[in-house]
Design a protein around this ligand. Sequence first.
Ligand code: SF4
Ligand code: SF4
Length: 280
Amino acid sequence: MIISVASGKGGTGKTTVAVNLALSLIDSHSVQFLDCDVEEPNAHFFLNIHTLQSKPVFLPVPEIIEEKCTYCGKCAEVCAYNAIAVLKDNVLVFPELCHGCGGCTLLCPEQAIKEKGQKIGVIEYGSENNLQFIHGKLDIGQAMSPPIIREVKKHINAAQTIIIDVPPGTSCPVIEAVKGSDISLLVTEPTPFGLNDLRLAVETLKILKIPFGVVVNRADIGDRQVQNYCLKENIPVLMTIPMDKNIAVAYSEGKTIIEIQPSYKQKFLELFKKLKKLKK
Ligand code: SF4
Ligand code: SF4
């Protein structure tokens, strides 16, 4: 089962939920944890993965073969991202805008484009007991996280229980990370901002036809608008975690909830059971 843990906005406790769910399961399941929050991966701090192996990730960006180019402009025309500009006797490529789709290379009538690999980040992986861990890391100054997320997801082993830590928001990297999930968990907080971003995340998952449930973190702050919205929309609230200063302090020290309050392990196992039921 592939479970993606997402949130419309950052700072809702998405990684906390993903990590505690994974660690609660490892006594009884073989778990694969994929941290796809490639701009800011931090799950490894909590999972205590000591040794990580590393592999670079390259994006194929176009390189013009000047002798063959007729400056016809076709490549600039097909590029949806404005990563190529054709002048009278020159072609400019903007690698930082290129998505590596290969369209320009394919459609150049003169075969005047070859591709070169541009390093955009790394994936790192390691394992500890029953937990296999993989995350991606986007290089500073790079903007294309979906290719790194795709690279991380190539390692999915369907025989394991897979937990994906999704980047915050509802844009392309989120779609790339949740795509193919059996079920999603949306972590939110009961504030107007939390509700607004939850609505967006819900709409995204509905379009992708992925079943989902909600975890309300810091459930006793703010108001009841999130709960009322879930009730109205028939969205199951699978777990609530109250505001607890000890949990916040533990997080800042790289400790998990189940480490400081072992009774939570049972609650996360219950959450897993509910997710399995929802998936059916
Ligand atoms: S499509 Fe090919 S030939 Fe035309 S401008 Fe681009 S690189 Fe040159
Ligand atoms: S590979 Fe795709 S995104 Fe990159 S320049 Fe060519 S058409 Fe544009």
